[in-house]
Design a protein around this ligand. Structure first.
Ligand SMILES: [Zn+2]
Length: 336
């Protein structure tokens, strides 16, 4: 996450009971209590981590609070100090602020945080997907007075096709590629899209899914939480045999073709494919782990929030659209 700062000091929240500060992080403050969101805590503070994408993970010295799924993935990449786990719908009290975790639909284990105290409620969405996928339900709608909402695709230029249509196109492309004697491969985020693509292939095709080293580790680690995704690590004997034989799909977070006598045909799966040509790929599918513009607008409106702060992506643009609907909304400034 890009570090946020506030040129004028604190962003006021209702009643002044909580504040969102900039500086070296992103902070909710109420009385003596300090809660950092997706950023490194100072002193003895704690960091709430919304999900295990590295741009949201605080430094290794921070005391982390996250869902069990998020903590298990973070631990694969370093000795993070997990202070305690928080499950969906569970709440923890921090010096008068009640914090609860709720699904955000972005990746396995991703969480929104609802903070309540002194008669004020605030929601921090983290990265958000409002639509159901084949492995996850869409984000739970949370009502609050103040909302900190991500705006990655917060522009009307981003209206994604129905997920089922994108899924159908992906499946068709896989079948055509295999029929042509080639190996279909996907370059995707190791946490999120990778599990979705594996789940999609498991559901509709009878071919083995080979996964790169990092994706194998993450997917394996998440299986303890009930996500049973059939895959073969590319470096296992079974994986190598499936690749030699050729009728398989490869899913990797890096675009390195494994040695094979079959040609590897690469596809990307990202929301940006809606508007951009992606160089070096045979195919690109607009499959996103984020909500599109209508998804963000309806979440913002239905949250009932009286004040909305936007972060990431098209924050300014989404703020303008919300203001036109009569909602008090502004983009949080970023370090240039
Ligand atoms: Zn993310």
């Amino acid at each position: 996450m890009e570090k946020l700062f506030s040129p004028g000091g604190a962003y006021p929240l209702l009643g002044g009971a909580m504040e969102v500060l900039g500086g070296r992080g992103f902070l909710v403050k109420a009385g003596d209590t300090r809660i950092w969101l997706d950023s490194a805590a100072e002193g003895n503070g704690v960091s709430l981590v919304s999900h295990a994408h590295m741009d949201h993970a605080p430094g290794r010295s921070s005391r982390i609070i996250a869902t069990p799924e998020t903590a298990s993935v973070l631990k694969l990449f370093g000795p993070h100090r997990v202070e305690r786990l928080i499950r969906y719908d569970e709440s923890i009290d921090f010096g008068g602020i009640r914090v609860s975790a709720h699904p955000s639909g972005h990746v396995i284990g991703s969480s929104q945080f609802l903070m309540e105290g002194d008669g004020v409620s605030l929601v921090y969405t983290g990265d958000l997907n409002t639509y159901d996928s084949i492995i996850l339900r869409g984000a739970k709608l949370l009502e609050s007075e103040v909302l900190i909402l991500e705006a990655t695709y917060g522009s009307p230029r981003y209206i994604f096709p129905k997920r089922e249509e994108v899924y159908a196109k992906i499946i068709r492309w896989i079948i055509e590629t295999i029929k042509a004697g080639e190996v279909p491969a996907f370059k995707v985020y190791a946490l999120g899209k990778a599990q979705e693509i594996v789940g999609l292939i498991n559901a509709y095709l009878e071919v083995p899914v080979l996964t790169s080293f990092t994706i194998s580790r993450i997917t394996e680690s998440l299986s303890q939480y009930g996500f049973k995704l059939d895959h073969l690590p590319i470096n296992s004997p079974e994986g190598l045999e499936a690749l030699r034989q050729g009728e398989c799909v490869y899913v990797s977070s890096k675009r390195y073709s494994p040695p094979s006598r079959h040609r590897i045909r690469w596809a990307a799966a990202t929301g940006w494919a809606l508007r951009y040509r992606l160089n070096g790929f045979d195919a690109a599918f607009p499959l996103s782990s984020h909500a599109d513009f209508p998804g963000l607008m309806s979440y913002a409106e239905e949250s009932g929030a009286r004040r909305i702060y936007l972060v990431h992506g098209f924050a300014e643009e989404l703020a303008r659209h919300l203001r036109r609907r009569g909602i008090r909304a502004e983009a949080l400034a970023r370090v240039p």
